[in-house]
Structure formats: structure tokens, C-alpha cells
Design a binder for this molecule. Structure first.
Ligand code: GLA
Length: 739
């Protein structure tokens, strides 16, 4: 296939133009263009300057050193020092769209090829195949390697790409690096990246994209709090509403590297890859290795446009359809209420109180299994602690169910304490390298999930509890970083992550209607690959409403609110020792998958009435909050943070205005609200406000008392005057279309 041709992959508004010939190169990724692209071809070919190689150097779908790329290649590896600079030639192409399948290469018709299998696999994995998929098969016969590439664009304009490498020659092929690559245009001049730590996840940072580019590495063995596997590139000064942005999310829960290369000639591209530990990834003849998916979203409407596309994709293609219907009941989780102090009668009284507050699912967190009295012992011993629960869990579950609530239970399956029966019986089940004493994390170690006895033991224990008891939900925790992931002496970080997926998948196939929350000391394992097999996250162990405002905002770039567990904690926050009013805590937890994380027995009547109020408010707004379109609303003062959820049909919206810190000025100006029907008239009303509201100023804005009717375009262009608010308070507004 030496002839070059251009093909298009088209989503709703986004288009990829890919040149196919000896190799495949993505030449354009942006808004859809019209006209006959073949006749425009000559306008995108590059000049060949002096002082460089004498030919044009393509950045192919997997950039190749052998074609003259001097920046990061897509694949690095060797066969005992040979075959280290592969150059792939395109052999087969299949394009598939909802209208039917199109074979670019007639020889492929009727074959059961890798392409076909991949497409079938994908269709079964993600329901009916929507959007367009391009499948490319390239080979380097000399190096004995085949490279298969899948590029997909869906109706929400999400592009996803992955590769598969197959060793087609005798001799072991050692893979050192194998990346997914997507191009960026030269106007991508700035980045927004993510950083964080335990109790401070999803922090964002802006930086220019300069010569030399950008690189982030995560070697913590889980998605990590520190290096969330996503980044955003954009045109200069891109913001929430303006500018071109390209968002990337690498769906992988282990070690990763993200980079944006700025080539010396000005071209730039993004790469995402799994970090392979030394010697970890080898392919024998006939064996294949597939990369995780890299998800990407382009928008010319700033960060909101990008996020709205990701949210739609997450809702329709990542979240499991089994778990969407009524999968967001309000939780009460016992952790911050009782920690390890479990007494069945007391837990029963907590459940009674929880039901009175409107709670719909009651969860017993850590501390219920044999010997688990603190965090130094018992992980691995997944047997009910009969000294704490002499009558078993049944009386509690029965009581919870009789009160109309579902029951949930906490597990941390991948982990083991040395002080446990499991370790005393199976010291060889540790994920470790013999002869080394690795540091502990939260006093614990990881279990080697490649050890099939260990894997089967965990599966059997989980199955036991899920079949023995009426359990609707499990909180799946993972509370340490992985230092030396050794299996039989060899590095095994990738396989450990894959075996974690396999364990969850196996369990889900057996118990498809059990909801699973992914938690890893809060937000240490939050990514799309986990979300395919779970249905909510615990974003942070920090339940301080002020910190949560920032954490939830950072998470909102790639995730809709309903997958964020957001709980009302005690007035006196356990992780920061700050105190917040129930109004601020209630409104901060309102938009997500709501819950309560405290001991309701100990709360006074007045406070409990307020919990019930926020639970009921959440329940009344839940259909809107969990299906509507999310907007992060720009504010003129960084002391404010505002967000809106607008119904898909624009008939209603809620807006949350948060006063993070002392207002900078005496007057806070106005809030311009996007996303409404520009022609429609909306009635504005206040749904909730701080208890000290009227008496902190002479007069608050008139509309906050009398309501007002305004058009969608008024909201967007003129805006509404902001009231004066105390720091760490919030106000909730509703807009309802009246015409
Ligand atoms: C982790 C979780 C918490 C809680 C504890 C229990 O820290 O993030 O929510 O479940 O473990 O030990």
C-alpha cells in the first residue's frame, strides 16, 4: 500500500484526518471540516528545510527512530541487542462505522483477522459499537514485529487509541517502552497538569509548554494521588470557556509516564505509556502486548467543552449500564464515626438513626474482620470477627434492610499485614523480592496476585461474603504504594495491576449487581480503567468541605459528579481540624454521590434535622445533578468558586456559589452563568443559603429575596449580582424555565 490517501474519522463535531500509505500519520485533529479532503491534500504537506534529513520526517501513529524521528519513539525494545530500531510498513486497514464496515484493503475481506477480533472484542466490551473505528496493521518483517493500532472516535467526540505489539519471529523480544501517541498542533502552547498527595488530591497547575516539553512519571504501583494520569494542553490563555484544549486521560492503574514532546522543528505530540520495570515485559514468538487506552477530547470551547465530552463518554461508555439505574443511593459510612470500635448493638442504633436521616445504604467500614482492632494487624484474614460480632452480621443486615436501606461492607483484598494468620500461614504470598526488606505502608504489604493460590483465596473469601450476606456494595480499598513488585524474583508491576483487574472482573461476573467503590487511601486509584469495573470513587480521605471544594473541582475535569463519593462529615473535620457549618458541608456534598460519614447517634437533634434537610435536597435534585451538563463557572475573584448543572433540555439548572476565602473587594461583582437556553426566560430562586446571611451586610442583593425572571442570554452576558458571603459558606440557586 504505497499510494497515499487521506481518510476521515468523524465524531459529532470533531474530526481526525489520517494519511495512510507506507505508514499512518494523524495529520489533523480538530473541528470537522467540510469539502473534499482529497482535493485539499497538498495544503497540509510540510516543506523539507535544509540542515536536516533530506526528506520529510513523519510523526507516525507510533513514531519511529528509523524514519528519522529524533524525539521520543513509540516503541523501544530489542531481541538480544538486535531488532531495536523497527520501521513498520502498513499492511492492512479496516475502517468501521455505524453504517457498515469498509475494507481499505480488499485482501482482508472475509478473513478472521486480528482487526476483526479486535473490533468484535470492543463491541462486546462496550455494548453496541458507536462512532468510527480505524484498525491498522503494520509489520516490520526484518525485526519480526507486528504493530496493530486501533483508533476510535465516538459520538461524544472522544478519541481513544491503543496499540498491540506481536513478536512474529523466534527469539524473545524485550519491550522497554511502548507508548500511545497523539499529535498536538503548534498552537498548543500551555499545559494544565495535575499533582497532589494524600488528603490533597487533584490539584491543578498551569505552565507554558516550552522547548524540551513536559514529562510526568508515576512509579507508585497504583494510579496515585501524586501523578494522576491525565493532562490538558491548550492554546495560549485557554480557560474554562475559551480556547482550544486537548485533554488526555490514560486509563491505567499502575506506573505510567506522560509526556508532551516539543520537537526542535516546532511540532509537538503527547505520549502516554506504562512504565515497564527492568526485564518486566518480554514477548516470546507469537505473544502480544496491548497498551491501555489513551482517551482524548478536543474542544474549541475551553475546558468546559472538553469536560462535557469526557463526562458524556464516561456516562455512556465507561460506567457499567448494570449499575447506573438507581446506583447512587445516599450512604452512611461508619469509618469516621466509630473507626475500629465495632459493637453490633451500637451499629444497629447508628443504622436506625441513619434511616431517619433519609440514608439509603449503610456501610460498615474497616474493623469487622478477625483481629482488626487497629491498622497494624489482620489484613488478609477475611473472616468475620466473632468476638465483636458473636451473632454474625445477619442481625445488622436484617435491621438495615428492614429500614429500607441496602448494606455495604469494606474490604482491602490486595493487602496483608505481617501480623495476620494469612501471613503466618503463607509468608511466600507477599509481593516482594526475596532477600530484601521493603518499607511498609500503613504497616502493610501487598499480596502477589500472580500467585494463583493467593488469588483464589481472595476470590473465595469475597465470594463467601457476597453469597452469604445480602451485600449490595463493597468499598474496595488499597492503602499502600508498591515498592518492589516481585513475582518469583522478576519485576511484576504490570501483571499485578492486571491481576487486580482480573479479580474485580471475576467478582463482577459472579455478582453483577453489587456496586463497587474504588478507594486507595482516598483518591489513590481513580482512572477510567478502574471505573469500567467499579461505579464510584472515594476522592479523598479529606472530608473538610473547603478542601473538598478544590479536590472535587480538580476531579471534575475528567469525571462527572455522580462518580465522586461526597460525604457530609462531622463539624470538626478529622483531617484538618477545621470546623464548618452544616450548610457548607451539606452543599459541598450535594452534587456528588452523596453520603454521611460520622456517627449519627452522637449528633444533636438540630444538626440531625439539617442532615435530613440536605439528604432530602440531594434526593430531590439527584436526577438533574446526575444527568445534567456540568459547568465550572469563571469568577472574577479567586475567593469564589462557582459551578452549575444544567438539565440536558435546558429546562432547569442549579448553581452553587462558594465563598472559599474572604472576598477581595467589598462588592463581589456579578456571576455570568453559561449553558442556559439563550431565548428562554428563567425564574431564579434561592434553594439554600448560610444561616448568617441577612445580618452580615446592610442589604443583600434584592433578587436573593424576591427572586427574579431573567433570560438565558441575560444570565450569560449580564449575569446576576453576587451577594456578600462569609468565607467558607455557600449559596445554592435554582433556575427554572417559565416559558
Ligand atoms: C482508607 C480509606 C478510608 C477508610 C480507611 C479504613 O484510609 O480511604 O476511607 O476506609 O482506609 O482503614
Amino acid at each position: 500500500m504505497q499510494e497515499r490517501e487521506l481518510i476521515e474519522l468523524t465524531g459529532k463535531q470533531t474530526q481526525l484526518i489520517i494519511e495512510l500509505g507506507e505508514f499512518a500519520e494523524i495529520l489533523y485533529w480538530g473541528n470537522q471540516v467540510y469539502g473534499d479532503i482529497a482535493s485539499c491534500r497538498s495544503t497540509i504537506y510540510r516543506p523539507v528545510p535544509y540542515g536536516r534529513l533530506d526528506c520529510d520526517v513523519p510523526v507516525t501513529v507510533s513514531p519511529e527512530l528509523g524514519r528519522g524521528v529524533f524525539s521520543s519513539p513509540g516503541l523501544e525494545g530489542h531481541r538480544d541487542g538486535q531488532d531495536w530500531a523497527p520501521v513498520f510498513t502498513l499492511k492492512n486497514v479496516v475502517q468501521k462505522s455505524p453504517k457498515g464496515q469498509m475494507f481499505k484493503d480488499e485482501s482482508l475481506k472475509g478473513q478472521t483477522s486480528l482487526a476483526e477480533n479486535a473490533l468484535k472484542g470492543q463491541a462486546s466490551q462496550e455494548g453496541a459499537l458507536k462512532g468510527q473505528t480505524l484498525y491498522l496493521e503494520s509489520e516490520d518483517a526484518l525485526a519480526g514485529l507486528r504493530l496493530s493500532t486501533e483508533i476510535h472516535i465516538d459520538e461524544y467526540d472522544i478519541v481513544k487509541i491503543r496499540h498491540q505489539l506481536t513478536n512474529i519471529k523466534s527469539g524473545t523480544y524485550q519491550v522497554n517502552r511502548f507508548a500511545n501517541t497523539l499529535p498536538l498542533p503548534m498552537r498548543a502552547k500551555e499545559l494544565m497538569t495535575f499533582y497532589g498527595r494524600w488528603v490533597k488530591e487533584f490539584q491543578t497547575e498551569r505552565q507554558p509548554l516550552l522547548q524540551g516539553g513536559y514529562q510526568q512519571e508515576n512509579r507508585r504501583g497504583r494510579t496515585s494521588h501524586e501523578h494522576y494520569p491525565a493532562l490538558i494542553a491548550g492554546s495560549q490563555h485557554f480557560d474554562e470557556l475559551h480556547g482550544d484544549v486537548w485533554g488526555f486521560h490514560f486509563a491505567w492503574s499502575g506506573n505510567h509516564r506522560l509526556r508532551v514532546d516539543v520537537k526542535a522543528d516546532g511540532r509537538r505530540y503527547m505520549q502516554a505509556e506504562v512504565i515497564y520495570l527492568p526485564g518486566e515485559m518480554t514477548l516470546e514468538e507469537g505473544e502480544s502486548l496491548t497498551t491501555p487506552w489513551l482517551y482524548a477530547s478536543y474542544s474549541d470551547r475551553g475546558l468546559n467543552g472538553m469536560s462535557q465530552q469526557f463526562h458524556a463518554h464516561v456516562r455512556h461508555s465507561i460506567c457499567s449500564p448494570d449499575l447506573i439505574a438507581n446506583s447512587r443511593p445516599v450512604h452512611l459510612n461508619t469509618w469516621e464515626g466509630i473507626y475500629f470500635n465495632h459493637k453490633p448493638e451500637y451499629i444497629i442504633s447508628m443504622a436506625t438513626q441513619a434511616a431517619k436521616l433519609g440514608v439509603e445504604r449503610f456501610i460498615i467500614d474497616d474493623g469487622w474482620f478477625r483481629g482488626r482492632n487497629d491498622d497494624t494487624a489482620a489484613l488478609g484474614d477475611w473472616f468475620l470477627d466473632e468476638s465483636k460480632y458473636p451473632n454474625g452480621l445477619e442481625p445488622i443486615i436484617k435491621h438495615v434492610n428492614q429500614l429500607g436501606m441496602e448494606f455495604g461492607l469494606w474490604f482491602e483484598p490486595e493487602m496483608i499485614n505481617k501480623n495476620s494468620e494469612l501471613y503466618r500461614t503463607h509468608p511466600d504470598w507477599l509481593l516482594a523480592v526475596d532477600g530484601y526488606e521493603q518499607p511498609t505502608g500503613r504497616n502493610q504489604y501487598a499480596i502477589d496476585l500472580q500467585n494463583s493460590d493467593a488469588f483464589n483465596y481472595l476470590y473465595e473469601r469475597l465470594c463467601y461474603f457476597l453469597s452469604q450476606y445480602n451485600i449490595a456494595y463493597i468499598k474496595w480499598d488499597m492503602n499502600r504504594e508498591i515498592v518492589q513488585p516481585g513475582h518469583q524474583g522478576r519485576a511484576s508491576g504490570v501483571r499485578q495491576t492486571e491481576r487486580f483487574y482480573a479479580l474485580v472482573d471475576l467478582l463482577r461476573s459472579q455478582f453483577p449487581h453489587v456496586s463497587i467503590e474504588s478507594c486507595a487511601s482516598g483518591g489513590g486509584r481513580i482512572d477510567y480503567e478502574v471505573l469500567k469495573r467499579t461505579n464510584r470513587f472515594w476522592p479523598s480521605d479529606n472530608n473538610d468541605a473547603l478542601e473538598r471544594q478544590r479536590i472535587q473541582r480538580g476531579m471534575s475535569y475528567f469525571f462527572p459528579p455522580e462518580v465522586m463519593g461526597s460525604h457530609i462529615g462531622a463539624a470538626h473535620c478529622h483531617s484538618t481540624r477545621r470546623r464548618h457549618s452544616i450548610e457548607f458541608r451539606g452543599l459541598t456534598a450535594l452534587f456528588g454521590h452523596m453520603g454521611i460519614e460520622l456517627d449519627p447517634v452522637k449528633e444533636d437533634v438540630a444538626e440531625k434535622e439539617r442532615f435530613a434537610h440536605y439528604v432530602a435536597l440531594h434526593q430531590s435534585l439527584r436526577p438533574l445533578l446526575h444527568t445534567g451538563i456540568n459547568w465550572r463557572i469563571p469568577t472574577d475573584d479567586d475567593a469564589h468558586q462557582a459551578q452549575a448543572v444544567v438539565a440536558a433540555d435546558q429546562s432547569e439548572a442549579v448553581v452553587l456559589i462558594v465563598q472559599l476565602a474572604m472576598p477581595t473587594h467589598a462588592l463581589s461583582g456579578s456571576l455570568r452563568i453559561p449553558g442556559l437556553d439563550q431565548q428562554a426566560i428563567y425564574q431564579i430562586s434561592i434553594l439554600d443559603k448560610p444561616s448568617f446571611y441577612e445580618n452580615i451586610v446592610h442589604t443583600q442583593p434584592q433578587w436573593t429575596f424576591s427572586g427574579s425572571k431573567v433570560s438565558g442570554s441575560w444570565c450569560r452576558e449580564v449575569g446576576i449580582t453576587l451577594p456578600v458571603l462569609d468565607p467558607e459558606t455557600a449559596i445554592l440557586i435554582k433556575l427554572e424555565r417559565v416559558n
